[in-house]
Design a protein around this ligand. Sequence first.
Ligand code: NAD
Length: 236
Amino acid sequence: MKSKKIVILTGAGISAESGIETFRAAGGLWENHRVEDVATPEGFAKDPELVHRFYNLRRAALKTVKPNAAHVALAKLEDGLKQNGGQLTLVTQNVDDLHERGGTKEVIHMHGILTSMLCGTCEHRWEYLEDASPHLSCPKCYVKNTSRPDIVWFGEMPYAMHVIEERLSDCDLFVSIGTSGAVYPAAGFVQMASSIGKATLELNLERSQGSHFFDESRLGAAGTLVPQWVDEVLKV
Ligand code: NAD
């Protein structure tokens, strides 16, 4: 096995074949809403009702979708690397839970996850699977009206950046799957990895914005490309 420590970054493209619309497919709108209105702290402050309603719909929609072959293949890769003394670090920009439901055990949700709520007062996080409203109270500090979806909005610092940077500096290979390379800091991981001599690979439907930074780009649907690539990695 050539690569034993692999860091993977996934984006909305890996969930497209499961039926979750990507961001770019909607022409820069997210399910017909302006990003400023539903994915910024300012949007939440202006209209918390609308923002909760938006994420309630996304959360409820999770119950209607299933992981696809790409999610399942990455779980197989995690197992296979572990059995050979290696490690998969799966970092996702996605706020869906399809990697977990596809079987991957350790997933870093750098932009948060729909199935979690965050208290704006004491920063407690808790699993939340139902519809939320601005009146929801925090189960820890009991303060009402400040609970928000546990999503990293534009202008906020993504989660676990120090862990991701550590894993990037310790990996053999960095792979980007189904992401347009438009949202930073995730879009900068390829430069971070290649500047310290790591091999880099992109698997995407079309060339991403940072495509020229990768050693290799394979173009096609994740549901086909990812299982093929995982078999290659585990065979060698
Ligand atoms: P993006 O929509 O900007 O880009 C998606 C990329 O995936 C595009 O380059 C597209 O060509 C590619 N793609 C589409 N279908 C594909 C397929 N079947 N196989 C392989 N590639 C495919 O998404 P992004 O780069 O993740 O950035 C958008 C932001 O929006 C992220 O921060 C994310 O949090 C959020 N978002 C998340 C979800 C989700 O959780 N599923 C969905 C939409 C947006």
